[in-house]
Design a protein around this ligand. Structure first.
Ligand code: NAD
Length: 419
């Protein structure tokens, strides 16, 4: 990534910035800047050749004032305690902004999963789930997928938990396969909220998303689905990238063909569309487009890249893709940044629907999931712009935090401090 900014310090700065615009007690804000608890577990896992490897893993439970802790589990070599703490904090503010009854949590294992067999990953996941067992559960803390994890890992965690607890508890994790109690529409939910945010942002600015050109960094779950749904809205996706590089076609890429080629070859850069040129990720971030969507990892855009960004609108599909310095540069340059806590909230929102369905043992059609998601995201967008305008805030991120911090503090204040 472009910068080494510590994501946990970035989160704390974002809270401090937003708090200066709020009429809230500073001692209560201080409480919202650090997790309630963090599990650090060293996992010892048997490899296929009989040797034992050791992996560092974390689960951060940031805040539970509005409901059970909720958040994904990431498998990536760059996972650190501070990264997991930051990601768990962003979950608190995301759930509060879209007003679903959860606090925030996040977990991760420092591992490059591409280097391990399915059997080794299953043993690793079940070992992590065993460590998590006393801390998770449908009423306590509910993991979900994040970078490099998906339905397979969630099904393993659910099965480990249910076996150890001798119970049936599908609501222990979300993002499961449909046969294990997953929800229709979950896989595409994050990209869908990114599309909805971009569409609402354009409407708010008096423009039509159908006229927009779009560049997307990261072509995994979040990025590729956002690309497809924006193309369906009539937008032209002119550039996309992954960790191997970027492709650019000023006439617009066929997003589904890019995805199907990536599945076969492993990277978007192997796509052979007629006008396609291969570029670097930095070039993608500074292309002359209407909308830039970072959909890879945190700190993708630092202050120096931000000075060269030419898009007028950024919609954050990734968590924390801008450093605080980049945020300041873009605010000064009047680039409208629609923050992660709104734009990728579709994932946790449909996770919430999945949990509701698990509790009721009554499953919804995908059409209902899409409809309810659209209502939640557009309502949150309206709350955000109302706060942005009525309080004359410097940017939409500050407005998102303002809405969220007030909701969390209200919940805490009503319950009081005990013991
Ligand atoms: P993913 O693993 O499916 O995709 C990540 C993509 O980013 C891959 O295409 C990878 O090649 C690319 N990438 C990695 N490093 C890159 C780099 N330096 N330059 C360009 N591309 C790079 O992960 P995902 O689930 O799509 O998650 C992406 C982001 O969205 C993360 O920040 C994640 O926290 C966030 N997010 C995901 C979900 C979800 O439901 N999947 C929900 C909320 C937030």
């Amino acid at each position: 990534m472009a910068s080494e900014a510590n994501p946990f310090e970035s989160l704390q700065e974002q809270i401090d910035d937003a708090a200066t615009y709020l009429d809230v007690r500073s001692d209560l804000v201080e409480r919202l800047k650090r997790p309630e608890r963090v599990l650090e577990a060293n996992l010892s896992v048997e490899m296929d050749d009989g040797t034992i490897e050791h992996f560092k893993s974390f689960r951060s439970q940031f805040n539970g004032d509005r409901g059970p802790y909720k958040g994904g589990i990431r498998y990536h070599p760059g996972v650190t305690r501070d990264e997991v703490k930051a990601l768990s904090g962003w979950m608190v503010y995301k759930c509060a902004l879209v007003d679903i009854p959860y606090g925030g949590g996040k977990g991760g294992i420092a591992v490059d999963p591409s280097k391990y067999s399915a059997g080794e990953l299953e043993r690793l996941t079940r070992s992590f789930a065993t460590e998590l067992r006393p801390l998770i559960g449908p009423n306590v803390d509910i993991p979900a997928p994040d970078v490099n994890t998906g339905q397979r890992e969630m099904d393993w965690i659910k099965d480990t938990y249910e076996t150890l607890e001798n119970t049936n508890a599908p609501g222990t994790v979300t993002g499961k396969s449909l046969s294990a109690g997953g929800s229709a529409g979950r896989v595409r939910a994050t990209g869908r909220s990114t599309m909805l945010t971009a569409r609402e942002a354009f409407e708010y600015r008096g423009q039509d998303i159908a006229d927009a050109t779009v560049a997307i960094q990261g072509y995994g779950n979040a990025g590729s689905v956002a690309a497809e749904l924006l193309e369906d809205q009539g937008a032209s996706i002119v550039a996309v990238s992954d960790s191997s590089g970027a492709i650019y076609d000023p006439t617009g890429l066929d997003t589904r063909a890019v995805k199907s080629d990536k599945r076969k070859t492993g990277s978007v850069i192997e796509y052979e569309g007629a006008e396609t040129e291969v570029r670097s990720n930095r070039e993608l971030l500074t292309l002359d487009v209407d909308v830039l969507i970072p959909a890879a990892l945190e700190n993708a855009i630092d202050g120096s890249i931000a000075s060269d960004v030419r898009a007028n609108v950024i919609v954050e599909a990734a968590n924390g893709p801008l450093t605080p310095e980049a945020d300041a540069v873009l605010t000064n340059r009047d680039v409208a940044v629609f923050p992660d806590v709104l734009a990728n909230a579709g994932g946790v929102t449909v996770s919430y629907f999945e949990w509701v369905q698990n509790r009721q043992q009554f499953y919804w059609a995908e059409s209902r999931v899409k409809e309810e998601l659209e209502t939640i995201i557009t309502n949150a967008f309206d709350d955000l712009v109302e706060t942005y305008e009525s309080r004359d805030l410097p940017n939409f991120r500050t407005a998102a935090y303002a809405v969220a911090i007030e909701r969390v503090i209200k919940a805490y204040d009503r319950q009081g401090t005990w013991p």
